[in-house]
Design a protein around this ligand. Structure first.
Ligand SMILES: [Zn+2]
Length: 115
């Protein structure tokens, strides 16, 4: 299971780096925009900034979720339950874990669960 751990740790490091980068970019936007210029209608660049802002916030939420999910998967490695489907309790195929190291269900159960 040490391969799984290494893959998860690499994935976590990547997500943490993305999160840090997005925090930097968002902090930069906040600085450029100033604290009280949320008046999009009278600011020709406001609307563009707002949509860029929501896009970045979305990416940041994704990165945060990736960190949480890989943390949870690393916890399962510690407990020895990693790679076992949470629904049918069968082993999740290695190919699926390679593609989705944080998968908690086998393909069949994931489809049933709509995930
Ligand atoms: Zn299953």
């Amino acid at each position: 299971m040490s391969e799984a751990r290494a893959a998860l740790e690499a994935r976590r490091a990547d997500a943490v780096a993305r999160l840090a980068h997005l925090d930097d970019v968002l902090a930069g936007l906040r600085r450029d925009r100033g604290a009280d210029s949320a008046d999009d209608e009278h600011d020709p660049e406001g609307a563009t900034l707002s949509s860029e802002w929501s896009r970045l916030e979305g990416l940041r939420a994704d990165a945060e979720r990736d960190v949480a999910e890989t943390d949870a998967a690393l916890g399962r490695v510690e407990q020895g339950t990693y790679g076992v489907c949470i629904d049918c309790r069968r082993r999740i195929p290695a190919a699926r874990l390679a593609a989705r190291p944080d998968a908690t269900r086998c393909v069949a159960c994931a489809e049933k669960a709509g995930a």
